[in-house]
Design a protein around this ligand. Structure first.
Ligand code: HPA
Length: 273
């Protein structure tokens, strides 16, 4: 049963570290650089943790990093799981449930994304204000365990407005290009066709990606606050702007712009109420 599996994972981790994380951070493709800023207390490879899936994509390390970031106790997922890897969405989101049970009240999720907003440029930061779930599945599908959260979680105010506004202010003060935007999630692993990017633009999305939303759904199910941010690694709209996209380029752009995102996250933590 899911609840028992979470408890077993938590019990295992508790034997390795006594740190009580207040914030859970998920680092997306190429965004692993933030871990260098953590005063590390403990690192646990996913493979050691009961019931944790193991990450298969390059650019994703696959370990939980516990420590202090700007004075705040955090647990960081260096490497996440994606639906396109073949995991169920329950597996993809299992670590979020574990991090919540370890004490995290806030989820900070990051990702690399394609932009379908003509005002965006490669390397821009976009703080997510809402999402459109285009995945063929949902991590909350199946019997609901009321100990974890409600059957029908509300999706109004999913993304914390105060944190989003603070992040925009921090980025502005640093002179970074940054926006608020709507993130559409698709299953991948292919990038979108020009017609698909145009369709995403028309339905109200600013960004296209393959992650984050399942984790956010589970975080909200468990009552966590959420802040999420994308790094624009390619542009998909209008069609004349589209170039060939490769995972290597995505990781490279994310690694550069990710340094700016790391600064924003660090300052955001210093500002937590
Ligand atoms: N589409 C979907 N996911 C992505 C993209 C994209 O263009 N870029 C990075 N992740």
């Amino acid at each position: 049963m899911l609840y028992d599996q979470i408890e077993q994972a938590v019990e295992f981790i508790r034997r390795k570290t006594s740190l009580n994380p207040r914030v859970a951070i998920i680092l997306g493709s190429g965004l692993g650089g933030l871990t260098e800023q953590i005063e590390t207390a403990c690192i646990i490879p996913y493979g050691d943790i009961p019931h944790f899936p193991v990450s298969t994509v390059s650019g994703h390390k696959g370990q939980l990093v516990f420590g202090q970031l700007n004075g705040v106790p955090v647990v960081t997922m260096a490497g996440r799981f994606h639906y396109y890897e073949g995991y169920s969405l329950q597996q993809v989101t299992f670590p979020v449930r574990v991090m919540k049970m370890l004490g995290a009240r806030l989820l900070i999720a990051s990702n690399a994304a394609g932009s379908v907003n003509p005002g965006h440029e490669v390397g821009d930061l976009v703080f997510i204000e809402d999402h459109i779930n285009l995945l063929p599945d949902n991590p909350l599908r199946g019997p609901n365990d009321d100990r974890l959260g409600p059957r029908f979680p509300d999706m109004l105010n999913t993304y914390d407005k105060e944190l989003l506004n603070k992040a925009l202010a921090i980025a502005e003060a640093k002179g970074y290009r940054a926006h608020r935007g709507v993130y559409a999630v698709l299953q991948g692993p292919n990038f979108e066709t020009p017609a698909e990017y145009t369709w995403l633009h028309r339905i109200g999305a600013d960004l296209a990606g393959m992650s984050t939303v399942p984790e956010v759904l589970v975080a909200r199910h468990m009552g966590m606050d959420v802040f999420a941010a994308s790094v624009v690694t390619d542009v998909g709209y209008p069609p004349e702007r589209i170039k060939h996209t490769s995972h290597e380029e995505v990781v490279q752009v994310a690694a550069q712009a990710g340094q700016r995102l790391a600064v924003v996250i660090r300052e955001l933590l210093g500002n937590l109420s």
